[in-house]
Write a new protein. Structure first.
Length: 421
């Protein structure tokens, strides 16, 4: 029986595995490394986060993004976005250096036992573990507006369903949404010769500012400090103190998680959109129906003025909604037993443990508990160290006859973080 079985091999899963291995836990990691980054993002996309805020986490901080870039003869510089393809390759490099061998089989079911869990792989093997960490990323939580649900995938898709937009060259495509995914997808489509428009509910598009230089007068830094989520004291709090965020009252946490860092485009995509993409603001799609050659959208404005248009395909860049009910890997009994927060996400305690002892959660699904950082790679460092500490506590609290005691591990010294490049 394993001490810990990590389900998922993206930035959070790999970071957790690295910390667990360093703690001496009997560990197994399941999942295709960096799958969503490799398979669900079109070529030409860039990370929105700064390079220095995009590190996966190992206890010694050896396997950083800047270290990987150095092996490729390039420099990770503040203010220069990193291609998604480079980041995906970095994740594979991290997995090869900081993590025990990854079992690339997918998991089909997690079931609770009297002590521990049964984890069933896609080919039917049953693995047993005393604790499980679910780090399943965002793909189980795809959100498509109700008006677009039920239409054939040839007519409607989610922005995360595309690794290649070439099929839409020369066609007419409507992108629904006003955030980074919508705007960057629209820019890529326009640049390849697709007739593309964006339909967004907001009355205006929001754009992130060009980041200020890393080195700047002290008074400017004091007024708006850098953080892994952008400049400013609020962002600094969300990025650097998820543990303190967790101590806020639940209604406050839920409100911040829902509204902070709302939809906005990166500064480096603004010119590409404004010069080439039609944008229809203040409209929400009310109905959609198939028509010869595509789909007909009926939208309404806030003043109830109708808008009708026909397009060959709709891409819903409408984000993700991480709720307990969408955690299909869990057995019905286990999923139904989990306590939930007000927004429907599973409740987690201060070490990322769910209400079911031994089941730990990581990533987007914990954003309402630990804040907006959990929506970004930057949150993986806090999560990995804290979650593994919780796993070790759980293993000591529920010993099993014949099991090897969990070793005491001295925490590595924490050198101050700084931007690289």
């Amino acid at each position: 029986m394993y001490d810990l079985l990590v389900v998922g091999a993206g930035p959070y899963g790999l970071s957790i595995a690295s910390h667990a291995a360093a703690a001496g836990l009997n560990l197994r990691v399941l999942g295709r490394p960096m799958a969503s980054w490799r398979d669900h993002m079109p070529g030409g996309m860039f990370l929105k986060s700064e390079p220095w805020a995009s590190n996966l986490s190992d206890p010694e901080r050896r396997w950083r993004l800047d270290a990987y870039c150095a092996t490729q003869g390039r420099t990770a510089r503040h203010g220069e976005p990193i291609p998604v393809a480079t980041f995906a390759a970095y994740g594979l490099w991290f997995a090869g250096n900081a993590v025990p061998q990854v079992d690339e089989r997918m998991v089909s079911r997690v079931t609770a036992r009297p002590v521990g869990f049964d984890v069933v792989t896609e080919d039917g093997e049953v693995l047993r573990a005393r604790t499980v960490a679910l780090a399943v990323g965002v793909m189980p939580f795809v959100e498509v507006p109700s008006a677009l649900r039920g239409l054939h995938p040839a007519l409607v898709s989610h922005s995360s369903h595309h690794s290649d937009l070439e099929r839409y060259r020369g066609r007419d495509v409507t992108v629904v949404g006003g955030g980074q995914a919508a705007l960057e997808t629209a820019a890529l489509l326009a640049e390849q010769g697709t007739r593309v428009r964006v339909v967004a509910r907001a009355d205006r598009l929001w754009w992130n500012d060009v980041p200020p230089p890393w080195r700047r007068p002290w008074w400017k830094s004091a007024r708006a400090p850098h953080s892994g989520l952008g400049c400013g004291w609020r962002n600094w709090f969300y990025a650097e103190h998820p543990g303190l965020f967790h101590r806020l009252p639940e209604p406050t946490r839920a409100r911040i998680a829902a509204n902070a860092l709302g939809p906005a485009g990166a500064w480096w995509v603004r010119d590409r959109v404004e010069s080439a993409v039609e944008v229809l603001l203040g409209h929400e799609v009310a109905t959609a129906r198939p028509v010869p050659g595509g789909v007909r959208l009926e939208a309404v404005s806030r003043s109830r003025e109708p808008l009708s248009l026909e397009t060959e395909h709709v891409i819903a860049a409408t984000g993700f909604r991480a709720t307990r009910d969408r955690m299909a890997l869990l057995s019905d009994e286990l999923r139904g037993s989990l306590a939930t927060a007000a927004d429907g996400s599973p409740a987690v305690g201060r070490v990322f443990e769910s209400s079911h002892p031994g089941l730990f959660l990581a990533g987007l699904v914990t954003a309402s508990a630990f804040g907006p950082a959990m929506r970004f790679v930057h949150g993986a460092s806090f999560t990995a160290a804290t979650l593994v500490r919780g796993v070790r506590h759980r293993l000591r609290a529920t010993p099993i006859a014949g099991a090897i005691p969990v070793p005491a591990v001295r925490e590595p010294s924490k050198a101050p973080s700084r931007a690289r490049g």
